[in-house]
Design a protein around this ligand. Structure first.
Ligand code: PMP
Length: 453
């Protein structure tokens, strides 16, 4: 027997601890309980349909209940559902690894599976740390990571260590390992004494200085290529990623590209690194990898890194790391079907059309008295709301203006989830243009409501 919506809500409040959610406020708000997905809509237990403006958690690609992906998962269910990568292997995990190696920037031939963006980053950090210890030609101890200010790389302790979003990370300070960071080259609030141009130059110079001063200890430089997602869709200036690659290569410091959020077409190319012709040493993928269907992640590495782990087991050079559900064949089958759909439906062309629609439909917001900036890269959007557009003074935090946008959009049958007072739009890459237009119109109305009331 199915429970009534009221009974479900009461049990949700009694038992479910939601991620990234202030629970006392959540309990009073009656969030939709989603029972079904259909195309680009989510439908709750009361039958109300919502347009999904954030691709679930930035991961949906082709919509929900996609016949080809459903069929691939069902077919795999008829074979085996369990992960079989510990000393064994499985056809979909093998096929997917080969497809990923071919699709990503050249040189990334080795695929280490895990199941979330955080674990993909965690694996990259541990792999590169161990790699330096095992490099035959140049054994050295490198125990420091370089990061970009305001980065977000996940929630596990290693990935938190290389992140620096105060709200998420400050509590865990004493548990974290040390890092050095360069300022984020995002030009909205430039420090005193700088013009936007001089600040950007400073940011480029800081990459050189920090890497030069620390290169002997640097295990890697970790970066979200082109866009820092969780810190509010901060778009890096052209050439920045390439500059980081050039400097790290010159000082022989490996580069970890965290493409968890930007990968699988969201910035307009299949992988963000392609736009600056950057070949990282390690690349982290998750979110869109299965079209958003099932938990799966991959850390891709170069042969050079992988080869440092090949040795007599007695030498202890094995990477002793992995998870029970790693490289799950159901998830790998979904990922293979998703990659096929990218080609069959020419999803990248749809991304380019939607990029244009988003830019045109949100243009009016650029003069809105409470909008500091509309940031866009591909189909990733961040609309920063402020109390005063001239001084950039924020709204008081307790007003929860961004959250008010969520509620106002929900009242208009649309799901968005801001980051603080930055309204994030992250339509699925395959969303039809009419729905993207509708999403923009609703968001503009919801912003008007939220800043007024
Ligand atoms: N890296 C980046 C750049 C991300 O945006 C995220 C999630 N938003 C993660 C890592 C962590 O991914 P997950 O939530 O799947 O652990």
């Amino acid at each position: 027997m199915t429970s009534s919506p009221a009974a479900l809500r009461s049990r949700d409040n009694d038992h479910v601890w939601h991620p990234f959610t202030p629970m006392s406020a959540y309990r009073d708000e009656g969030a939709p309980i989603i029972e079904r997905g259909e195309g680009f809509h989510l439908i709750d237990v009361e039958g109300r349909r919502y347009l999904d403006g954030i691709s679930s958690l930035w991961c949906n690609v082709h919509g929900h209940r996609v016949p080809e992906i459903d069929a691939a998962v069902r077919d795999q269910l008829d074979h085996v559902a369990h992960s079989t990568l510990l000393g064994l292997s499985s056809p979909p995990s093998i096929e997917l690894a080969a497809r990923l190696a071919a699709a990503t920037p050249s040189g990334l031939n080795r695929v280490f599976y895990s199941d979330s963006g955080s674990t993909a980053v965690e694996a990259a950090l541990k792999i590169v740390y161990q790699y330096h210890q095992q490099k035959r030609s140049n054994p050295q101890h490198r125990d420091l990571f370089a990061t970009v200010g305001g980065a977000y790389h996940g929630d596990t302790i290693g990935s938190v260590s290389v992140g620096s979003i105060d709200l998420f990370h400050r509590t865990y300070g004493k548990l974290l390992f040390s890092t050095v960071s360069v300022p984020s080259p995002s030009a909205l609030r430039v420090p005193k004494g700088h013009t936007p141009e001089s600040f950007l130059q400073h940011c480029f110079d800081e990459v050189e200085r920090v890497v030069a001063e620390n290169h002997e200890r640097l295990a890697a430089f970790v970066i979200e290529p082109l866009v820092q997602g969780a810190s509010g869709i901060l778009v890096h200036p052209p050439g920045y990623l390439k500059h980081v690659r050039d400097v790290t290569r010159r000082y022989d410091v490996p580069l970890i590209a965290d493409e968890v959020a930007v990968g699988f077409s969201r910035t307009g190319t299949m992988f963000a690194c392609e736009q600056e012709d950057v070949r990282p040493d390690l690349m982290c993928l998750a979110k869109g990898i299965t079209g958003g269907y099932l938990p799966l992640a991959a850390t891709l590495a170069t042969d050079e890194i992988y080869d440092a782990f090949l040795a007599d087991p007695a030498e202890g050079k094995t990477f002793y790391h992995g998870h029970t559900y790693t490289g799950n064949p159901l998830a790998c089958a979904a990922a293979l079907a998703s990659l096929d759909l990218f080609e069959k439906n020419d999803v990248l062309s749809n991304v380019h059309r939607n990029e244009q629609i988003l830019s045109e439909c949100l243009a009016g917001l650029r003069n809105h008295p409470h909008v500091a900036e509309v940031r866009q890269k591909g189909i990733m959007i961040g609309i920063e709301l402020v109390a005063d557009r001239e001084t950039l003074e924020p709204f008081p935090a307790e007003r929860r203006t961004g959250h008010r946008v969520t509620l106002a959009a929900r009242g208009r049958d649309t799901i968005v989830r801001p980051l603080g007072d930055v309204v994030v739009l992250m339509p699925a890459p395959a969303m039809p243009g009419e729905l993207v237009e509708k999403l923009c119109a609703t968001t503009c109305e919801a912003i008007d409501d939220a800043v007024r009331n």
